[in-house]
Design a protein around this ligand. Sequence first.
Ligand code: HSE
Length: 402
Amino acid sequence: MVKVAILGYGTVGSGVAQVLDTNSSEVAISAGQEVSLKYILDLREFPGDRHEQQVVHDINVILDDPEIQVICETMGGIEPAFSFEKSALMKGKSVCTSNKELVAAHGPELVELAKVHHCSYLFEASVGGGIPILRTLNTSLKHEKIDAITGILNGTTNYILTKMDKEGAGFATVLKEAQEKGYAERKPEADIEGYDACRKTAILASLMSGQYVSFEEIETEGITKITQEDFSYARSFGMAIKLLGMIRKNENGFFTIVAPFMIPLEHPLASVNKVFNAIVVHGNMLGNTMFYGKGAGKEATASAVVGDLIDCVIHAGSHIDVNMNAEHARLSDNGSFVHRFFVRVPEEDADAALEAFGDGIEHITSDEVAGEFAFVTDLISEKHFHEAYQKLDRAKGYLRLL
Ligand code: HSE
């Protein structure tokens, strides 16, 4: 029997306990032995909870117990999670976490600690919730040359964009409703400004490069500027609008961006709605493959943590390689990243737009929007686009096209 501990008995932590309880025999078969939850670290008491006797308030009880082999860190945030994880790894206890903020900020250091101390640091649940994407990249697809990853990586923003599209409501109204239903946080910036998707993109880019991409290096735009007019135009020419994390590899290095994109309706990502996430991976031999599922939520995220836990049990005493190290991957200058762009300007600025972007633009109309000139550019670089767009000082907004 192997003894494990959970740090943080919130949504994901209590989900981990639930998965271990509900699927105890499947977990035991998979791990090759029974997995017993010995401790739960939390500041609070949980009277009446079936695990109330396992709750402790001092991390040292867990760290100093030689029986504990694996720790599931589901507290979130940088501190004290970072200190707790480091201490656990230094004692040779493997750590599994859903904490994308910590993995994105300090992943390489934690992976190195695990390596030195012959244990593992796994973080499947940090990207795409329950979608088994990281292990797949590191095992089934390890032999592929992966040159593109494109993902809907944030459930909250996908829910908001789906509602805006299908119900015609404005951003502020939908955000308020999402908060009331508990889908969006009371402080929603991490989601709506794209920071959460940025961290997940950084983790994916790190694994894709086999090195490290810092979230601070990724250009990030959120969804707060998207309006009903954008959706009207998108519908009129067969597009959906999705917040994407995008990584492209070429001979110069990696392009990375998090931004809202217009996507053709026939693209598989266009039909990923509500709180679901999906990630399209392109390999040189494989072509495209898409992974779809619940990107958030208690049971789905906890299932991913337990999958890692089982891997740690199976590989006790050795280190599972996660294909991330401290060396920074070579990122390309986004200025040469090429897209088509959708642009809206006031009707009276149509000539100025033509002058800035040239004759190659495609005029887009919508029956629902008046007084505007909207168009899609040719394929142009980010640098060229921004130089031209700056000349249109009354422009009403732009979106990239996938
Ligand atoms: N806030 C995140 C989301 C939770 O909406 O996807 C899962 O990481």
